[in-house]
Write a protein that binds this ligand. Structure first.
Ligand code: SF4
Length: 339
């Protein structure tokens, strides 16, 4: 446990200012995320140093396809989330509080950073599995040390965070994958408990900061797979951010309280076909290898990075970042061809 940052006192309560819920928290109560506690007039992060999951994953699993493809990254998560999506694919961690979980791994930021450094070939640390904004202090302290060690920080988030803490996070982060769950405020209100506009604002801030950014969209039958809304979303990404932003369209499977059947692979491919008319790099996730697994030259469709499952090979780019077939300049600064 540690004192949290980004809060103010309001009479006998505390206002948490970390995410746009801005919870007003009474004594001995927690906020909507269940992991930030008002204890004697102090806001406490009760997930500080309590790691619920730690794995050494391919960077493609985050998913990040244009950030050092083929490398692995130490990935950590805690508990809690500021969203309560009934279809959450990771609900065992996101929808529980520390007391529900028997044996978290107790690790300080220094210890996490040391583990990261001890793994030969490790890219750095990914803050993921549950929503990292709710373990903001642990993430910031760890990321600061990780940076000093010359490793990278990657954040996988729902983007529902206030601008002031996001600015601090951007300072220490090298790459983000942000979930854009639907291009629909009513979806956000009804199914996540959050709002769309703050997520769009976070996406704009990250893009304008120049940090590496990829977006994930989980397509759920009947809830967010309307062609009209999807069309609006891809145009917004292209116009407000840029057509070069990679979009991962992820296939949904029933999880937690959801009994909605899985998304059909045909729908996923139709959405990807539509998106690829507007965006330069479109990928499909949670499906068998397909034509949207690999990275193609936007000009001649030559394969630049070949993927089969988590087997990744950079094969179609010259050392000076041109397509090997047509010579098109390829603007993928973090895709480094092997010697
Ligand atoms: S981080 Fe948690 S406590 Fe703070 S405003 Fe968001 S949901 Fe509420």
């Amino acid at each position: 446990m540690a004192e949290a940052c980004h809060y103010s006192k309001e009479e006998d309560k505390i206002r948490c200012l970390l995410c746009p819920h801005n919870c007003l928290i009474g004594e001995n109560k927690v906020g909507i995320c269940k992991v930030r506690l008002n204890s004697n007039g102090q806001l406490i992060s009760n997930v500080y140093g309590k790691i619920a999951a730690v794995h050494y994953d391919p960077i493609e699993k985050k998913p990040l396809y244009h950030f050092y493809p083929g490398r692995n990254i130490l990935s950590i998560g805690t508990f809690g989330c500021n969203f309560h999506c009934f279809f959450c694919q990771n609900y065992q961690l996101s929808q529980c509080k520390p007391s529900d979980f028997n044996e978290p791994i107790e690790l300080s930021p220094h210890e996490v950073a040391q583990r990261a450094q001890a793994i030969s070939g490790n890219l750095g640390i990914a803050y993921t599995y549950n929503e990292p904004a709710v373990f903001f202090e642990m993430m910031m302290d760890t990321a600061t040390i990780v940076r000093q060690k010359g490793l990278k920080n990657v954040v996988v988030s729902n983007g529902f965070i206030n601008p002031e803490p996001l600015l601090e996070l951007i300072e220490v982060t090298d790459a983000f994958n942000i979930d854009l769950k639907a291009f629909d405020e009513s979806f956000y209100q009804k199914y996540t408990g959050g709002h769309l506009e703050p997520v769009l604002h976070s996406l704009r801030m990250i893009y304008q900061s120049g940090r590496h950014l990829e977006i994930t969209f989980l397509a759920i039958p009947t809830l967010n797979d309307s062609i009209d809304l999807f069309n609006e979303m891809i145009h917004w990404i292209a116009n407000e951010l840029g057509p070069e932003i990679p979009l991962h369209i992820s296939r949904y499977f029933p999880a937690w309280k959801s009994e909605i059947p899985s998304t059909s692979s045909q729908v996923i491919i139709e959405l990807a076909d539509l998106a690829s008319k507007i965006l330069r790099y479109v990928y499909i996730g949670n499906m068998n290898p397909n034509i949207y697994s690999s990275t193609h030259c936007p000009n001649c469709r030559n394969i630049l990075v070949k993927r089969s499952g988590y087997d990744t090979r950079i094969c179609g780019i010259t050392k000076d970042s041109h397509c090997k077939v047509c010579g098109e300049p390829i603007d993928l600064p973090f895709v480094v061809p092997p010697d």
